[in-house]
Design a protein around this ligand. Structure first.
Ligand SMILES: NC(=O)c1ccc[n+]([C@@H]2O[C@H](COP(=O)([O-])OP(=O)(O)OC[C@H]3O[C@@H](n4cnc5c(N)ncnc54)[C@H](O)[C@@H]3O)[C@@H](O)[C@H]2O)c1
Length: 275
């Protein structure tokens, strides 16, 4: 996982309304609708106000990314969640969230971004839900069932996406710089295949970029119909192709929203995820 920096998130709060309107126009779905689709959250928004969310700043490791907690809170406010950022950090923040009756807490350090419930066995992992949410966005754009989808990167995000595609009857084709890793992941997922070479990208119409490399998908790797769903940071699509193909990419928004719905599902159904 790549650590975000202040620049990656600086305009999310200001742009989220515009971004969402653009998505509705191009995809027919808002971020909230994609997030709910990805984790099969079928309830109406009247339920949101019943659950209070606290975002807790964490100072360990390299410390707090400037504006991170406020941005997470703004993303959740955008979908009308009942959310606040704790004044205290770390353990003090957990205590404050508990005292203020938060149902769900969001916390992040250098390696992990997760949400938990303070009153039940509820947990959502950002890597997992990001994989399924970007897969759901790509599914919206797929023309028919049973299509091949190239997944670049066999880390937690790529694995979750591959599982999602397998479950909807698509064929996940996994490609990683470490071929062994791709082979190992593919062997555990129904219908999954391995793509050995990054030179074959233009064979695929649908690409899910869950890699950590930037600017490596070039002109010769795409065709007119290529569609890229890209959780990966930095963006794998090189600058020269960004206006030529449809790219669904955001560094935080859909992942945070999907964690929220993943937690609500578990709180309402009393069911824990199998990660
Ligand atoms: N957009 C979001 O909301 C969001 C949320 C979580 C993670 N992410 C990002 O998603 C990406 C994947 O996360 P992760 O935790 O699975 O990462 P990871 O580091 O565990 O796995 C990434 C994998 O990509 C492979 N890889 C790197 N460059 C490649 C290339 N050019 N072609 C093929 N494979 C390549 C690596 O070998 C590695 O196995 C990271 O960039 C992470 O920061 C984004």
């Amino acid at each position: 996982m790549t650590r975000l920096n202040t620049m990656d998130i600086s305009d999310i709060s200001n742009r989220i309304n515009i971004y969402d309107r653009e998505l509705k126009k191009t995809l027919g779905y808002t971020l909230e609708e994609i997030a709910k689709k990805s984790v099969r959250a079928f309830y109406s928004d009247s339920i949101y106000k019943e659950y209070k969310v606290a975002v807790i700043p964490v100072t360990s490791g390299m410390g707090i990314i400037n504006g991170f907690c406020e941005t997470v809170s703004d993303i959740l406010k955008h979908i009308r969640a009942n959310v606040f950022v704790t004044e205290k950090t770390d353990v003090g923040g957990i205590q404050e969230a508990f005292e203020k009756n938060a149902d769900i807490i969001f916390m992040s350090d250098d390696d992990t971004c997760a949400a938990f419930s303070l009153n039940g066995k509820v947990y959502s992992d950002n890597g997992y839900v990001t994989g399924v949410a970007f897969a759901a966005a790509l599914e919206i754009m797929m023309e028919k069932e049973g299509e091949e989808v190239l997944i670049l990167g066999a880390g937690p995000v790529g694995i979750a996406a591959a599982q999602y595609f397998s479950q909807i009857g698509a064929i996940p084709v996994i490609c990683d710089l470490q071929e062994d890793k791709a082979r190992d992941v593919a062997s555990k997922i129904k219908n999954a295949k391995v793509e050995k070479s990054l030179k074959n990208l233009n064979k695929y119409t649908y690409i899910l970029d869950a890699s950590t490399s930037g600017d490596f998908i070039k002109e010769e790797d795409i065709k007119e119909t290529t569609i890229i769903s890209a959780p990966g940071i930095p963006l794998g699509a090189a600058k020269e192709i960004r206006d030529k193909v449809f790219i669904f990419h955001n560094p935080l928004e859909i992942g945070i929203m999907t964690m929220y719905f993943d937690c609500l599902n578990q709180l309402m159904e009393g069911k824990q995820n199998e990660y």
